[in-house]
Design a binder for this molecule. Structure first.
Ligand SMILES: Cc1cc2nc3c(=O)[nH]c(=O)nc-3n(C[C@H](O)[C@H](O)[C@H](O)COP(=O)(O)OP(=O)(O)OC[C@H]3O[C@@H](n4cnc5c(N)ncnc54)[C@H](O)[C@@H]3O)c2cc1C
Length: 493
């Protein structure tokens, strides 16, 4: 086991990509075997020392930032263990990065559908946050691609859990783990919003136990291994950025493209990604991508070609673009692998360019991760824009429009505007919840979004959710401070 306590070393574990920071921790522990990890968890439990689990630190809500106690970094568990080509399954340790996995699978003509924009995240981190990405439109979030996980529970027990093995009866779980220890509990009775959602535990009648651990942000157990489902790489791919003069046309293009009830003339259209850029995002992007210069709204469209005629498909997409007043001459079409990657880079660059602008000008970003149901999306987006314009707060809106989920980032220029933006953020959350949406569609709650999570459910529901944590982690040692209000943790410690 590697143990580090010098500040120069541990400071790398005191923040994540959100820039949320902690001042210190009692040390960073880097176990080199599962036995070492188990011993460390057991001794922490005996001493009632808090443990914060660190993946690759690309999270955006401060989840891996320690509040107290020690940090356990899982970085030594970085092996791809076994590929079952016939079953299209791969076993990995938790610290294999998404990039490493995709590069490895490329050689076998396979791919793993979950694709959060940041590729340096660890697979364990993506499971803990149930990460999503552009391809979530077609393939759903990470949970849909997890066949089994191996978890170290907060008492040091190791627990392997396969999808389908342990299912709730209604809201009741009653099961034994490998060691013979029995768990019996009732889930809270509430409905999650029917949108892409990463806020709090996944809870549904008759659910699979594996889904409780996926997306639990490291509060129930440490995921050390996972078996992931894979797909064959498509024969071919169409990728293009389409520019529109109005938001209405851009959104209508999205609505028709993703609809299950298309007219015959658009039947072949079935994108795996529909990503949006508003005029302000395109202005940022034009510094690096001249194609974006002087454009108003854009949609990145990506579709796999399996059994359909590519020319016919392109014909249908072109007709749809023309119907919505788009200009075929202006389309940025990818003709080869390099250009497909250039378009991906275009999408990936927007967050980096916004972040650079913020640090260059010593500003702050107040960024949302809200999703609302389709029937409210347009109203919600226009409301956010209007409120910012009224208060003269600069903003950029981009992201996963196919899932009615944008990263609407406010860019206040001074303290006064920052306060206004934070107030607006809360108002956006309230409005989204009223519309049946979520305050976090993919980043999770961590330590930064707890006050908004409290707006989503009544305190009774949050307390019942917290009771589930206490069943697995009665001493509250695992990822203290994540997801739940501070007062819940304080009352227990
Ligand atoms: C530029 C950029 C773009 C991004 N785009 C997206 C996007 O499109 N979609 C999206 O969903 N996310 C996105 N993210 C967020 C981020 O990549 C994900 O949250 C990622 O899944 C976190 O993985 P990680 O290994 O970095 O975890 P960390 O940041 O280290 O940890 C995240 C949380 O998971 C817990 N954790 C980590 N590993 C484990 C484990 N093995 N067992 C139990 N708990 C664990 C941590 O304690 C923490 O609570 C983006 C981030 C950046 C910087």
């Amino acid at each position: 086991m590697i143990v580090k306590t010098e500040f120069e070393f541990i400071q790398n574990y005191l923040s994540d990509a959100s820039n949320f920071k902690s001042n210190s921790c009692d040390g960073v522990f880097i176990p080199e075997s599962y036995d070492e990890l188990i011993e460390l968890v057991k001794s922490s439990r005996e001493k009632k020392t808090g443990i914060t689990i660190s993946g690759a630190g690309t999270g955006l809500v401060g989840g891996r930032v320690p509040q107290s106690g020690i940090v356990i970094s899982l970085e030594k568990f970085n092996q791809i263990l076994n590929l079952q080509l016939d079953k299209k399954l791969v076993d990995v340790q938790c610290f294999v990065t998404l990039n490493e996995l995709q590069n490895y699978l490329d050689g076998y003509g396979l791919f793993y559908p979950p694709d959060p924009t940041e590729k340096n995240c660890s697979i364990g981190g993506t499971i803990a946050t149930n990460a999503s990405g552009a391809r979530t439109l077609k393939y759903g979030p990470t949970r849909n691609w997890i066949e089994s996980i191996t978890i170290i529970l907060p008492d040091g027990e190791i627990f392997s859990l396969k999808r389908g093995d342990i299912i709730a009866e209604g809201l009741k779980f009653n099961f034994k783990i490998n060691s013979g220890k029995r768990f019996e509990f009732t889930l809270p009775d509430f409905r999650m919003p029917e949108v892409k959602n990463a806020a709090g535990y996944f809870i549904q009648p008759d659910m699979d136990l594996i889904d409780l651990f996926i997306g639990s942000e490291g509060t129930l157990g440490i995921i050390v291994e996972a078996e992931l489902k894979l797909l064959n790489k498509p024969d071919d791919l169409i990728s293009m950025v389409i520019f529109f003069d109005t938001f209405d046309d851009a959104y209508e293009f999205v609505s028709i493209s993703r609809s299950d009830n298309k007219l015959d003339e658009f039947k072949l259209i079935n994108p795996r990604a529909l990503e949006f850029f508003d005029d302000r995002s395109l202005k940022f992007l034009s510094s690096k991508f001249p194609n974006a210069q002087n454009k108003k709204f854009a949609v990145w469209f990506e579709q796999e070609i399996y059994d359909c005629d590519k020319d016919q498909l392109i014909d249908q997409i072109s007709k749809l673009i023309l119907k919505l007043n788009g200009d075929l001459e202006q389309i940025w079409f990818a003709f080869n692998e390099k250009e497909i990657n250039d378009i991906k880079e275009f999408r990936h660059s927007i967050s980096a360019l916004v972040n650079e602008y913020i640090s260059r000008n010593n500003l702050r970003k107040v960024g949302t991760d809200i999703a609302v149901p389709s029937n409210h999306f347009k109203e919600f987006y226009l409301y956010c824009c209007d409120e910012c314009i009224k208060k003269s707060i600069n903003y950029v809106g981009y992201g996963h429009i196919g899932n009615n989920h944008l990263h609407f980032n406010m860019l206040p220029v001074d303290k006064e505007q920052n306060e206004l933006a934070i107030k607006l953020y809360r108002e956006f959350c309230v409005k989204a919840i009223e519309m049946g949406g979520t305050i976090s569609a993919e980043h999770g709650i961590g330590k930064l979004k707890k006050q908004y999570f409290e707006l989503m459910y009544p305190e009774k529901v949050l307390r019942e959710m917290f009771e589930i944590k206490k069943i697995f982690d009665p001493d509250l040692i695992l990822n203290p401070g994540n997801i739940f209000p501070d007062k819940f943790y304080k009352n227990q410690l």
